[in-house]
Design a protein. Sequence first.
Length: 354
Amino acid sequence: MVLLAAAATHFMEHTWFFRHMENSNLDVWLGAKAPAASDRVFVVSITDDDYKELFGSTSPLKPQQVLEIIKAIAESGATRIGVDLDTSEWSADDVAGLAAVTQGKPVIWAREYLEDDSPTGKNGGHKAENNSHMGKVLGVEGVDGDAVCSGVPAYLPDEDGVIRHYEPMVAMPGDAPKFSFAARMVAGCGPKKPEGRGAGEGKLINFLGDPKAFGHLSAGALLKLAKTEGWKGTKNPLNGHFVLLGGAFRAARDKFYTPSGRMDGVDIIAHTIVSELPGGEVKSPDDTFFFAVDVALGLCLVAGGWLLPRKWALPAMIAIVTVAAFLASWVAFQSFGYFASFVPVLGGVLTHEL
């Protein structure tokens, strides 16, 4: 019975029903986890008030105003700067003074990933090839865009529309995989190339809790603080951090459902960066590990039940199995940040007792 239940669990792990059950339980565990503050990532958000006062409620955002915010971040002593804003319409004049603004600090720009799978295309109505390609960044498109340090915010919503996974790299048709935005933030702007296939390698995001897990400043508050004495010193809250600049205003339409509730895209990226940093990743053991644990746990309980007096065996096993199902999942979550269900194999133990 133990072996049958363990084998059934092993083969059901990739079915829709089992994934849905695991996702629901994972959300509960994440919600019960105490929020952990990060000392590596800081978020600068363009709020609704900033959108109105700094940008006149106009999109796309004015490049010169964006550059002023980036300059203030660069002067703060930020280790690395990530810009999760649409820069596809920027002109050569807008980019001309970029080097002076960033002051030599590495800046990673968000780049959109465009897919065109429409049945009609440029070939006169016949089915078109998959024209997936990287969108513009800083007004640059195509091969020349590789000269710009950028990445794609690559996320994989689950069947229920909740974002729990991300892609460390993005596969490009006919080209080598490209860094995702969070992975590029961690890797930096050097010649390092992403490793792996770049497809189907979704990894769990290590959500630390709600957005309060990171330090936050609005863009307007940042610009005011940047004018104060001592901002260029080492005591401002951005110094030594990976700093993300992104939109938190309604017109950006950049909010998504996560296990920690609705969250701005820039905050999801902040959690993803933590997941990419050493020690922050969710280490999911392979299926063989959990199969072995299932069998070992089940056999131990069966052996323990055999040693109990018959009249106490069934009620004792019901109580033990209930507690063991909870504790085993709790240990797995605390060890790996990953939910694993041991209910099927423990159900097999109870079936054996009955």
